[in-house]
Design a protein around this ligand. Structure first.
Ligand code: HEC
Ligand code: HEC
Length: 344
């Protein structure tokens, strides 16, 4: 090809490819996949955006939220959202002045224990997160109205809305305008601006390039360690990131010998017990190994523990309560307790 025809060749080639691409993106590509149905898209498209697009209709009062909170959230986050036992506190650290200015002075000053209401710049994030991820051991079980209610309760605990407030899809934007850290978002950090100077200099090296670069990442001191060692915390949902230790041992491997599938284990998994009971370390509830060793040789342990799990309760291992499981059949409770008592 001559010097001049080469660019022309590429222009034509791109034009032809581009046409094919445009066609397939209109769904006319033969034999590959099918268009998603409206229901499939709706099931997938659940996010609530910063501009509040995606919020489902609904509403909930602070007082209804308090009921949801006590039943489903307080055991981990504390009655007033103040607990820092499993997660930094949700509530605390903001003043009336912050609500006026839209920038939390405690964050600017630094050094304070940070809470969720302190950092939150967008109300949509709080709603969306609770809707998708909480309660921790049973995510996606709250109705839209319950999410509005419990969000209202959190806002009330942060003194952002009064006790008589009813949060709904229609007044979320007004609440956005009251958030104490609504002006706290910054774009003045890495990778936001892609037009400036590149942050890497890539001079291609093909051989004798010296030692491999070591890639590390680090959390600032005030943030690291506030969740404990995540690798030791068994989580039913999602991956463990920022782990300090090597891979997490799945509960199955740790608690039951390989190849043995104990029905008690699968029931405990299915019923969410393992969210609070890890094999060896105490997390929210006592470790399985601790339970087994405490009751080893106790003759009526099984029936006592079945009754305890059914009724829920606290005080044997600490102040943290276990929720009641009144609706589980007797044989299921028995199988789970038997399995737990066998842990080592
Ligand atoms: C079994 C314990 C547990 C229960 C019950 C629970 N949470 Fe959580 N919550 C957590 C943990 C652990 C995290 C941190 C999760 C993570 O980082 O992956 C968290 C995080 C959160 C956050 C995010 C805070 C932030 O700053 O990122 C919110 C908001 C929250 N929970 C609200 C709720 C609400 C509302 C309920 C009740 C409907 C609830 N939680 C019930 C354990 C729990
Ligand atoms: C939200 C966290 C949580 C969940 C979920 C949970 N537990 Fe517990 N569990 C606890 C806590 C906290 C204790 C300690 C209670 C105490 O101190 O009296 C406990 C204690 C226990 C004990 C020992 C009781 C005693 O008196 O020594 C057994 C057995 C037990 N749980 C079994 C279960 C089973 C079975 C399930 C699932 C059906 C389950 N747990 C789900 C938090 C939880």
């Amino acid at each position: 090809m001559s010097r001049w025809s080469r660019p022309l060749f590429w222009v034509l080639a791109l034009a032809i490819c581009g046409q094919g691409w445009a066609q397939s993106s209109k769904g006319q590509h033969q034999g590959i996949g099918r268009a998603a149905t409206a229901d499939e898209i709706a099931a997938w498209d659940t996010d609530v955006r910063g501009d509040l697009k995606g919020l489902p209709p609904g509403s909930g009062s602070v007082s209804r939220g308090e009921v949801v909170w006590e039943a489903k959230c307080a055991s981990c986050h504390g009655s007033f959202g103040e607990s820092n036992q499993f997660f930094p506190p949700l509530i605390g650290g903001i003043t009336a002045e912050d609500i006026k200015t839209g920038r939390v002075a405690g964050l600017v000053r630094g050094g304070d224990q940070r809470s969720t209401v302190m950092k939150l710049p967008k109300i949509s994030t709080l709603w969306d997160y609770i809707n998708r991820a909480m309660p921790w051991q049973a995510p996606k079980t709250l109705t839209a109205d319950e999410v509005y209610a419990v969000t209202a309760y959190i806002l009330n605990q942060g003194n952002i809305v009064p006790g008589s407030f009813v949060l709904s899809d229609r007044n979320m934007a007004e609440v956005q305008a009251m958030l104490p850290n609504r002006n706290g978002m910054t774009r003045n950090h890495g990778l936001w601006d892609t037009r400036g100077k590149p942050d890497v200099k890539a001079a291609a090296c093909m051989r004798n390039c010296g030692p491999e670069p070591r890639i590390t990442s680090q959390l600032p001191d005030h943030a690291s360690g506030s969740h404990g060692n995540l690798a030791e915390q068994y989580r039913l949902f999602g991956q463990v990131r920022m782990a300090v230790l090597p891979a997490v041992k799945p509960v199955a491997a740790a608690a039951a010998p390989a190849g043995v599938s104990d029905p008690g284990r699968s029931l405990a998994d299915k019923n969410g017990c393992l969210a609070c009971h890890a094999p060896k370390q105490r997390t929210i509830g006592p470790a399985l190994a601790e339970i087994a060793s405490k009751y080893r040789g106790v003759s009526d342990a099984e029936s006592r523990l079945v009754a305890k799990v059914r009724a829920g309760g606290q005080g044997v291992w600490g102040n943290m309560p276990m929720p009641p499981y009144q609706n589980l059949p007797e044989q299921e409770l028995r199988a789970m307790v038997q399995w737990m008592l066998k842990s080592e």
